[in-house]
Ligand binder design. Structure first.
Ligand SMILES: Cc1cn([C@H]2C[C@H](O)[C@@H](COP(=O)(O)OP(=O)(O)O[C@H]3O[C@@H](C)C(=O)[C@@H](O)[C@H]3O)O2)c(=O)[nH]c1=O
Length: 184
């Protein structure tokens, strides 16, 4: 319960406290004070929700400054393999990827700071994913990394032959071909 480190600075796992009783369960899926007490102070301004079926792979995406986004990701239904890549040039873990299974059952949330690329693959028949963002969507600031960049070697937990990927995401470059700098 609470916040766990991932080994990548700023990238945290949050596990809410679930209160069960004879009716089912209740939990605070987000409480700004809980985050503040852990020294985490983001002003989330946009919530996104996406439904996808098995094999859908979205990402890896980020927004550049001045609209870079911190994201807090969780799953309302089903299971996903969530993946992030540290793109902060000044980070000791620059270029490292991190993956975690997030599901409606485990209720884990991943806090992804600015300067990371983010994506996920759906492991269950369907999945409903929700994430909070601390800046608004801005199409002109969008960027991304190709999901199968060999330098990252991300295991998405699905057979990539079955992956369902947008045309936009299939055109994304490798990390090594990205020239802009993310420094925070
Ligand atoms: C991300 C986004 C998209 N859109 C629109 C653009 C487009 O018409 C439609 C679908 O957009 P996309 O194909 O970019 O959706 P998707 O591939 O789900 O994009 C998302 O992927 C995950 C992995 C992230 O981390 C997010 O930040 C976001 O980039 O929704 C918004 O209106 N607001 C938004 O915030």
């Amino acid at each position: 319960m609470g916040f766990q480190q991932t080994g990548i600075p700023g990238l945290l796992i949050y596990e809410p406290k679930v209160l069960g009783d004879h009716r089912g369960y209740f939990f605070e899926s987000y409480n700004a004070n809980t985050f503040l007490e852990a020294g985490i102070d983001y002003k989330f301004v946009q919530d996104n929700q996406a439904r996808s079926s098995y094999g859908v792979l979205r990402g890896l995406h980020y927004q550049l400054e001045p609209h870079a986004q911190t994201k807090l990701i969780r799953v309302l239904e089903g299971r996903i393999l969530d993946a992030v890549v540290d793109m902060r040039k000044d980070s000791p873990t620059y270029g490292q990827s991190y993956t975690i299974e997030l599901s409606a059952d485990n209720k884990l949330q991943l806090l992804v700071p600015k300067g990371f690329a983010h994506g996920y693959a759906v492991l269950s028949e369907t999945a409903e994913v929700m994430y909070k963002c601390d800046d608004f969507y801005n199409k002109s600031c969008e960027g991304g990394i190709i999901y199968n960049d060999p330098a990252l070697g991300i295991d998405w937990g699905i057979d990539l032959k079955d992956a369902i990927i947008s045309e936009k995401d299939l055109q994304l470059p490798k990390l090594a071909d990205i020239t802009h700098n993310f420094v925070f």
